[in-house]
Each structure stands twice: as structure tokens, then as C-alpha cells.
Ligand binder design. Structure first.
Ligand code: ZN
Length: 152
């Protein structure tokens, strides 16, 4: 069997488990998966200002208030995460990516037992998924808004 492309695994699982069902019956299950891509790249205009749903912070951020790097092949021409979010995401992902070898090293050094591997893995996963909130100081002062004033 060939490898399923990243992003299609969930779709593949549902289709494989329901091969005799009609598309009509499966549509409700399939739609949320297919809509994910759109949600990942969400943006809107508020009073002419571009606002992006930051993939890292999981919140709406004005592109003129929070710094976004350029990115090709997105609808806005900007990244789907703000710069601060991108840095956090990259760091967290790197730590997570190294976790398997770190855990193995601990086991072979006798610092961790086999039974504790799942808990250790869960700890790393949690670390990867955590969201470090955007500090008000990351906001562009030229575009301060009431939220910013209230917190400072
Ligand atoms: Zn962000």
C-alpha cells in the first residue's frame, strides 16, 4: 500500500471504513474535514483592514497591528500565522520532533521505564499544542485599539 498524503488521512479512513455507502450518506461526515483547509487560511476585512485568523494563536489578528511574514500561495500573500506565532510554533515543533529520540535515550539510560513512555509522549504533545498568548507589546503601537489600552 502506498502512503496516504498528509491531510488526506482522515478522509481516507472514513472512505475505507464506508466503501459501500453512498457519497450522499457520507457527505455530512466528509464536509468538516474538507472545510478544515479553508478554516486554516481564514481572513476577512473589517473596515477595510485585513484581519487574519492566526493559525497559532487561534484568534483574529489585524495584519497591520500584528506582524505577519509574506508567504506565497496563500490568499492574502501573508503567512497564516503571525511572526511571533510562527516562531513559537517552529520552536515547539522542533522540540516535539526530537522527543522520540530523547525518550528513547532516557529509556536506554535507565531514566525512564517502558510503562512511562506514553505519559512522556503526552507531555511532549501537550507542550507542542500549547498556545503562548500574544503579548500586547507585540502589537504595532500605531494601530492601538481599546483592547490594547485596557490591558496596558
Ligand atoms: Zn498570532
Amino acid at each position: 500500500m502506498s502512503t496516504i498524503k498528509k491531510g488526506y488521512t482522515e478522509l481516507h479512513a472514513i472512505l475505507s471504513a464506508n466503501q459501500d455507502m453512498t457519497v450522499k450518506k457520507l457527505m455530512a461526515q466528509l464536509l468538516p474535514i474538507m472545510q478544515q483547509e479553508v478554516r486554516d487560511e481564514a481572513h476577512r476585512y473589517v473596515d477595510g483592514r485585513l484581519e487574519i485568523f492566526c493559525y497559532y494563536h487561534k484568534q483574529w489578528e489585524f495584519a497591520d497591528q500584528v506582524e505577519y511574514g509574506k508567504k506565497a500561495n496563500t490568499k492574502t500573500g501573508l503567512n497564516t500565522m503571525c511572526k511571533v506565532g510562527t516562531n513559537n510554533w517552529t520552536t515547539q515543533y522542533r522540540i516535539y520532533k526530537d522527543s522520540s529520540s530523547k525518550i528513547l535515550a532516557k529509556v536506554s539510560a535507565g531514566e525512564l521505564s517502558y510503562e512511562d513512555i506514553p505519559a512522556e509522549q503526552a507531555k511532549y504533545a501537550e507542550e507542542r499544542n500549547k498556545i503562548v498568548p500574544l503579548e500586547v507589546t507585540h502589537w504595532n503601537e500605531a494601530h492601538a485599539d481599546p483592547r490594547q489600552q485596557a490591558e496596558s
